[in-house]
Design a protein around this ligand. Structure first.
Ligand SMILES: [Zn+2]
Length: 323
């Protein structure tokens, strides 16, 4: 009896312990499932951001008074302008492990934009220089010493040269050469228009396209070289709905460029100014900075290589340009 009593007494306790066990086990299962779901979501976000981060980048290299914009897509690189000399640009490329440029666009034949390419063969031969696969130039009818020197360099290093104008397109694709990549539309200069110097600068509208879809219908990046207000006005006549998330502020922020009408129409989220510290031209001018502030609403959207060093942006699918 005693035994039975004890057994009977024990039974409810044992049931209670099992209940606790199962409730506890169930809770653990739910916690584990929750962690898995949230963990995976977290992983997806992190790895997603990681993948996106490596897809497309735009960097305004700190090259002093001049311009050099490095474009990157899936481990392939290209340059829009090459800075005033080889030191700043090639050091910057070496630091990034860039040994090949798919192409280089020379916006126009001024030394602060193509000097780096003119010095491609200069300096100690031990110091590696990037291989340039192709050179794109615009329709600059003025010609001159720098253009001749640039063409001589292209011949010397076996770089094919293509002339581009409005209607042409340049792409930067990944190693597989599929349709995805950075697609750059040439908006300026138009064909059959005699232009020389700053006004002839090749203007490119750059978009990231992935799986046939454009990231941002309003345009992603606008590269303008040194176009002046007259070119800005005529460009808007040809492309009246031109907009960009990121604007390379024309001509280093000169007052001879950057009309309020142009800046208002483009309405950039970010404005990048490539300019040398304490340069003798007074670039960027207070007037232009004020205009950008008026258009953007505040000055936090302005980035300057003289103050910020090299400025990098990412182009993220579905989000456009992100600082
Ligand atoms: Zn310039």
């Amino acid at each position: 009896m005693e035994m039975d009593m004890e057994t009977n007494m024990e039974e409810p306790k044992a049931t209670g312990r099992w209940m606790f066990f199962w409730v506890g086990f169930g809770a653990l299962v739910w916690v584990a499932l929750g962690c898995l779901v949230f963990g995976l979501a977290g992983c997806t976000y992190v790895s997603g951001a990681g993948v996106q981060e490596s897809q497309a980048k735009v960097s305004f290299l700190d090259v002093g008074q001049g311009l050099a914009v490095l474009l990157e897509y899936e481990g392939r690189y290209a340059l829009y302008d090459v800075g005033p000399d080889s030191v700043g640009v090639f050091d910057s490329l070496r630091a990034r492990g860039v040994d090949t440029l798919e192409w280089v666009v020379a916006s126009h034949y001024h030394r602060d934009h193509v000097g780096g390419l003119l010095e491609l063969g200069a300096g100690p031969s031990k110091v590696s220089k990037p291989a340039v696969k192709r050179l794109y130039v615009g329709l600059d009818t003025a010609g001159g010493f720098i253009r001749d020197s640039l063409f001589r360099q292209a011949r010397r290093f076996g770089i094919p040269v293509d002339t581009v104008f409005r209607g042409h397109e340049i792409v930067l694709q990944d190693k597989n050469g599929v349709a995805d990549g950075l697609r750059l539309k040439v908006l300026w200069p138009p064909e059959f228009l005699p232009l020389g110097g700053n006004e002839s600068s090749v203007v490119l509208e750059c978009r990231l396209e992935t799986s046939g879809s454009q990231v941002d219908d309003g345009g992603t990046l606008l590269l303008t070289g040194d176009i002046d207000t007259a070119a800005e006005r005529r460009l808007l006549e040809l492309s009246p709905s031109l907009r960009a998330s990121l604007l390379q502020v024309p001509h280093h922020g000169s007052s001879g460029s950057n009309s309020l009408g142009f800046l208002s129409q483009v309405s950039p989220r970010y404005a990048a100014i490539s300019v040398g510290k304490d340069n003798g031209y007074g670039h960027p001018t207070a007037e232009v900075l004020r205009k950008i502030e008026i258009v953007a609403g505040d000055s936090s959207t302005v980035f300057r290589t003289d103050l910020d060093g090299t400025i990098s942006f990412q182009i993220v699918p579905g989000m456009g340009v992100v600082k």
